[in-house]
Ligand binder design. Structure first.
Ligand code: G3H
Ligand code: 13P
Ligand code: ZN
Length: 359
């Protein structure tokens, strides 16, 4: 099946009230595990590559892996998305490489660690959106800086994330500013800051409303019911995976992620894309540790990676089922990019900032 744009996929998700997990990919095993889960549940899928993934695997390898996934699973619509694009070049080169969606993360400057002034974010996001829409590609923007409401810090692991102390104002997206931002940029989806952060160490206790601010999502959704919201840092860091990882020699201090039930509250209030990377990493790493611990003589990488793919498949299947994504692949026929470009040009897509609910 042809690749699908984020906009078409999230419009469908909004019409049918479901959410779509966006899983990060870096290698063949992740693509195999995620696609097997999508096929087993008849789910459309968002595969997203960070700048780190693109430099790890290389653009040619990543694009060919997606070609292979399409050939292996012709009935599954695949959205290939640039995660956290830091500038125009990253977003445009993603489009050259077959991505149907890009995130222009203008909440940070191009160094991916310094919070950017609002006007700078608007200007670069509007520019990327104008160019991407000319060729039918979707755009996700970000307003507010991801980080912990407990510590007031962003997280700078893997070279992406705010450095230094952040104020509550920076850590929580302002709903009125969100309306202005969406109108000024024309983005198809908006990532919001609400207390989630990337990585395993999100919360030092089971999160409540003081540290996971779902009221921000509700307030933005009330102002723009047609807007597709994106939750970053949405790994749940399940207790059983932490225990499995530690049982076989890992050393992960007790931590809490975003509970599935809180994500479901988000989905009821306009969240359509749910970013998950850490859980996938943890599921695979725990499975790899188990083989290493139980068979110290093992040296065939396939014996480590087969159970890792199976663990990833189980995790992704659970997320597709929980978010209501399951059963929707067969309901979608991807609109080709040139036709999407025409829809943008003719005003044929419902404006995401309008107050009217999508038809
Ligand atoms: O954006 C956050 C994702 O977890 C990607 O991480 O930059 O290490 O690939 P990465
Ligand atoms: P996690 O680290 O919670 O999996 O978040 C991933 C993410 O937001 C990628 O953009
Ligand atoms: Zn993210």
């Amino acid at each position: 099946m042809a690749r699908i744009t984020l906009r078409q996929l999230l419009d469908h998700a909004a019409e049918r009230d479901y959410g779509v997990p966006a899983f990060n990919i870096n290698n063949m095993e992740q693509v195999l595990g995620i696609m097997a889960a999508a096929a087993a549940t008849d789910s459309p899928v968002i595969l997203q590559a960070s700048r780190g993934a693109r430099s790890y695997a290389g653009d040619i390898m990543l694009s060919k892996m997606i070609d292979a996934a399409e050939a292996m699973y012709p009935s599954i619509p695949i959205c290939l998305h640039q995660d956290h694009g830091n500038d125009e070049r990253t977003c445009l080169s993603a489009i050259q490489n077959g991505y149907t969606s890009v995130m222009m993360d203008g909440s940070l400057k191009a160094d991916a660690k310094t919070p950017a002034p609002y006007e700078v974010n608007v200007a670069i996001t509007a520019k990327v959106t104008e160019l991407a829409h000319l060729v039918g590609v979707s755009v996700e923007g970000e307003l507010g800086v991801l980080g912990s409401l407990e510590t007031g810090t962003g997280e700078a692991e893997d070279g992406h994330g705010a450095e230094g102390k952040l104020s509550h104002d920076q850590l929580l997206t302002d709903p009125d500013q969100a309306v202005d931002f969406v109108r000024a940029t024309g983005v198809d989806a908006l990532a919001v800051a609400m207390g989630t952060s990337h990585g395993a160490y999100k919360f030092s206790r089971k999160p409540d409303g003081a540290i996971l601010a779902l009221h921000v999502v509700r307030a933005i959704h009330e102002k723009m019911p047609n807007l597709h919201l994106v939750m970053h840092g949405s790994s749940s860091v399940p207790q059983d995976l932490q225990e499995e990882f530690n049982k076989y020699g890992g050393e992960m201090p007790q931590t809490w992620g975003v509970p599935i039930e809180e994500i479901l509250v988000g989905i009821r209030h306009g969240v359509r894309k749910v970013n998950i990377d850490t859980d996938c990493r943890l599921a695979m790493a725990a499975a790899i540790r188990k083989v290493g611990a139980q068979n110290k003589g093992e040296f065939d990488p396939r014996q480590f990676l087969k159970p890792a793919i199976a663990a990833l498949k189980a995790l992704c299947k659970a997320r597709f089922e929980a978010f209501g994504t399951a059963g929707n692949a067969s309901r979608l026929t991807p609109t080709p990019l040139p036709a999407m470009a025409k829809l943008y040009a003719n005003g044929g897509l419902s404006p995401v900032f309008s107050h009217a609910k999508a038809a």
